[in-house]
Design a protein around this ligand. Structure first.
Ligand code: NAG
Ligand code: NAG
Ligand code: NAG
Length: 801
């Protein structure tokens, strides 16, 4: 018996040794009923792991099959500690080797170590007999050597702690015989040593004691009561020494497992056999019943392959006199696919940052199915439309890994449904939903809703007025998506941009800081930055173009003729001028632009209203009809120049025209301006003077006429003799849009094209920039111009438009 125990020890040690060589598994042994909190061993040391890494790698103990957690790991020390009472008898029953399997799970990377815990028996159970008393009825005729079976005692402990010896209380008739069967069971028999005599003894009582091999020893006893009878009898005999039955675990209540049968050669009461369980475990008692008459063993409770797959019962057949025999019944339970696979989420990093690279492990899943063989083969899957998959890891562990890039801005939460299906038939499956959130990373810069923005504002705006508003969106979460606007530093016209515009940091509304002047600045650009509040922040820029629109805030400015008083100019109009000839031109500019600078010219007052007209838009003064002798020589026009703004602004000027062919005819120029104030006397004096002069001049003209008359007409020289000196141009004139407004850079050639006569160019350019007061202009003699025009006979009038 002791040899047996040693052998087991050698086996266990050998196994432990093999296990250590594989270097993946650990093996410990512990006595049952060890106090919770006791240390079994140090896992960290035995596996060569750093104790500090246990926590970070989420070390934990998983039990494979039992829901009970008998042992655990102390993460601080790496100790393997008992956490719950272990009862070997409850766990393993009669099995010689009682093993608890654990798994040590470590994450990142997933690592699995098997831990085997051998639970050693402790002598904590006493032998016991199935019944308190054994009643035997024996005929007095029974001969010496007759054997009477007694049910053996049973001890839940195993090995040396099981029943080892029997002792029979001294009595006058029986001795004890114990035989061991090939299957390890014992036959305990009482052997008649001295014949009975009913006349002397009616009843014989004595005690049978069974003891185990523990130290201290434990024992149990049974009373044996022998009644001495008068007649002879036969014991019942089972038709099989061993009954075997196999039933599926889902067998219904009342299913007959097996029917035992024993026959008794006796008739009547002596042949009536009744059946009884002579030994049955508590577990078996709950699921099987034995009909004492028919010998049918039936199912009376729910069977479960997973908790008990084998039952061994002993049945007893007894006749009316109490003579009995027994037989063994072995019932095997077969597995039925009755356990759905169970999915355990062993760990989950939740939330997962959205920037994890594809293939990152975010969780560990464990599949368990309590069934066996094919019924416990589990396949698992995940629904299609999520960027996750299950990768088989170790044994029934799977890693949940990402298959693509996550983007919180697109999907922020996942419902991952894991489905596990076993391979039984029909297969069973279960599923589990896992909620996984994606954590934000500041990966989106704010984006402006438009590529660029334009703001339109009229000049002379109020400081502080709103120009426009910009909006940028950032889909990130919270502060990573909070947008703040600012104006990028820069310069506009040499001044910091901040002195022009400001932006509201929260709303993106852009305000003017100052009043703008279109004539100074027509447009400018500012760069606005939208920045989020993440760390580090992301930003983007946008250009805001501010266009200032014109307001009619400048009057037309007349360049020619010069304003009254500053200098004095007059125009000569040849007497022979035909209707429609250009005699002069009013030139004006307007600092505004567009309609506000589109000038129109009107004669508001004239000496002879029918004589001159002015081009509405070009300011050319033309004769309306041929000049006649009766026309007054001095003509005065008041011209008004208006722009087209709303409301329009205007300026006026006076234009003096002298109808004369001859410089000599020109009276004192100053007189013209005072014409209206002339007294009658002065008129006469002038008339007299003119008469004399006329006579003198006529004489000269005749002389000159002889010389020039055939060549050209002198009036030509003065037609539109518009000599505009550069000094009259105001500074910084804006663009011309064909409206008669001038650019400062224009030379005379260009701006006279708005006039009518090409011949003017040469005339003007030859006089260039000098200011030419009227008297000087007039003093130029036709001879002086002759070289300029050259000798061109036969084309005297050609230049008139
Ligand atoms: C995820 O599943 C839970 C429960 O199964 C449900 O309440 C929730 O609405 C689901 N969420 C999504 C986004 O489908
Ligand atoms: C913002 O993004 C950073 C990383 O860029 C992250 O650490 C932080 O948690 C995010 N904040 C929020 C509120 O999600
Ligand atoms: C915005 O403009 C500033 C200045 O030009 C520059 O430093 C910054 O990089 C720009 N940011 C982006 C997102 O283009």
């Amino acid at each position: 018996m002791d040899d047996n125990g040693t052998l087991i020890w050698i086996l266990i040690c050998g196994f432990a040794f093999i296990v250590h060589i594989t270097n993946a598994d650990l093996s410990y042994s512990v006595l049952e009923e060890t106090r919770p909190g006791s240390i079994v061993g140090n896992i960290a040391k035995d596996l060569g792991l750093e104790v500090t890494k246990l926590s970070t790698r989420k070390a934990r103990i998983d039990t494979e099959e039992n829901n009970q957690r008998y042992c655990d790991i102390d993460l601080k020390t790496g100790n393997f500690v008992i956490s719950q009472r272990i009862d070997r008898e409850e766990l393993c029953g009669e099995k010689m080797s009682c093993l608890l399997r654990f798994e040590l799970v470590l994450e990142s990377p997933l690592e699995l170590h098997r831990i085997l815990l051998h639970v050693q028996d402790v002598n904590d159970n006493s032998p016991s007999f199935p019944k308190h008393a054994v009643k035997l009825e024996i005929r007095e005729s029974a001969g010496k050597g007759a054997r009477y079976r007694v049910d053996e005692a049973h001890d839940d402990d195993i090995g040396q702690y099981s029943v080892r010896q029997y002792a029979l209380e001294k009595n006058g008739h029986f001795i004890l015989s114990v035989r061991e069967d090939s299957d390890g069971s014992k036959h305990v028999e009482l052997v008649l040593d001295k014949e009975l005599d009913r006349e002397k003894e009616h009843d014989i009582n004595f005690v049978l004691t069974a003891a185990d091999g523990g130290n201290p020893q434990r024992s149990g006893s049974v009373n044996i009561i022998v009644t001495v009878l008068d007649a002879n009898d036969n014991a019942p005999v089972f038709d099989q020494a061993l009954y075997k039955a196999v039933i599926p675990e889902d067998s219904a209540i009342d299913t007959v497992v097996v029917t035992v049968s024993a026959t008794d050669a006796d008739d009547g009461v002596n042949g009536e056999v009744t059946y009884d369980f002579s030994r049955i475990s508590d577990k078996a008692k709950k699921v099987f019943s034995l009909d004492s008459k028919s010998g049918e063993i039936k199912v009376i409770g729910a069977l479960d392959f997973e908790s008990n797959s084998k039952f061994e019962l002993r049945v007893n057949a007894k006749d009316g006199y109490g003579l009995s025999s027994d037989s063994k019944v072995m019932i095997d339970i077969t597995d039925v696919n009755d356990n759905v696979p169970v999915i355990y989420m062993k760990s989950l990093s939740n939330p997962v940052p959205e920037n994890v690279s594809p293939g990152t492990e975010v969780g560990v899943v464990n599949m368990q199915d309590r069934d066996s063989e094919n019924n416990r083969q589990v396949r698992c899957s995940i629904q299609q439309n999520v960027p996750f998959k299950l990768v088989p890891s170790i044994k029934n562990y799977y890693s949940l890994v990402t298959t693509g890039q996550l983007d919180r801005e697109v999907v922020s939460d996942y419902n991952i449904t894991i489905t596990a299906t076993d391979e039984g038939s029909p297969p069973l499956s279960s599923s589990k939903s896992v909620q996984l959130s994606v954590a934000d990373i500041n990966d989106n810069p704010p984006v402006f809703e438009e590529q660029s923005y334009s703001a339109y504002v009229s000049e002379n705006n109020k400081p502080g007025s709103t120009l426009c508003s910009v909006t940028a969106r950032d889909p990130d979460w919270r502060q990573n998506g909070t947008v703040i606007y600012s104006v990028l530093a820069g310069e506009v016209n040499g001044a910091p941009v901040s002195s022009y515009v400001s932006v509201n940091g929260d709303t993106g509304v852009i305000h003017a800081v100052r009043s703008f002047d279109y004539e100074q600045l027509r447009s400018f650009k500012v760069h606005v930055t939208a920045r989020d509040n993440g760390s580090p922040p992301l930003s983007s820029n946008v250009t805001v173009s501010v266009f200032i629109s014109d307001v009619n805030d400048n009057c037309p400015q007349i360049l020619y003729p010069a304003p009254e008083g500053s200098s004095f100019m007059t125009e000569l109009v040849p007497k022979a001028a035909n209707g429609g000839s250009v005699v002069s031109k009013v030139i004006a500019v307007d600092a505004d632009s567009g309609q506000n600078a589109w000038l129109s010219y009107h004669i508001v007052k004239s000496t002879d209203p029918g004589l001159f007209t002015i081009g509405l838009h070009n300011g050319e003064i033309r004769t309306q009809r041929d000049i006649s002798e009766s026309d007054s020589m001095k003509q005065n026009l008041i011209v008004s120049v208006k722009d087209n703004g709303q409301p329009s602004l205007s300026a006026t000027c006076s234009m003096y025209l002298l109808i004369s062919d001859n410089l000599a005819e020109v009276p004192e120029l100053k007189d013209i301006s005072y014409e209206e104030k002339d007294s009658k006397l002065t008129s006469y004096l002038i008339i007299a003077l003119v008469c004399v002069s006329t006579f003198f001049l006529t004489f000269i003209i005749i002389i000159l006429g002889v010389r020039f008359c055939r060549r050209r007409k002198p009036r030509l020289l003065f037609d539109g003799a518009v000599a505009i000196p550069g000094a009259y141009l105001p500074p910084n004139y804006a663009d011309v849009d064909g409206t008669g407004t001038l650019r400062s850079a224009y030379n005379y050639d260009a701006y006279l094209t708005t006039g009518s006569r090409t011949s003017d160019f040469k005339f003007v350019t030859s006089y260039n920039d000098n200011t030419l007061p009227a008297d000087q202009t007039l003093r130029k003699s036709p001879t002086d111009f002759a070289d300029v025009f050259g000798d061109r006979d036969g084309s005297p009038e050609m230049t008139v438009a």
